[in-house]
Write a protein of this length. Structure first.
Length: 62
């Protein structure tokens, strides 16, 4: 599933259906697994959030 866009449903905030989506990774809950897919706009949003988080974790240098 890695790196291949398919037509499907976005599991993130927009919840659009029948759009190009890419596999984001597995969701694990209570011993169960489900494949999570995301559309390009939601992927861009989550990548920006991750980058902001990573940058906020950088040690401050003098």
């Amino acid at each position: 599933m890695d790196g291949h866009w398919i037509t499907g449903d976005c599991w993130l905030g927009c919840a659009r259906t029948g759009v190009p989506v890419i596999w984001l990774g597995p969701l694990q809950w209570d011993g169960q697994h489900a494949p999570v897919f995301t559309c390009a706009p939601c992927l861009d949003r989550i990548k920006a959030q991750a980058l902001a988080y990573f940058l906020s974790q950088q040690p401050v240098t003098a």
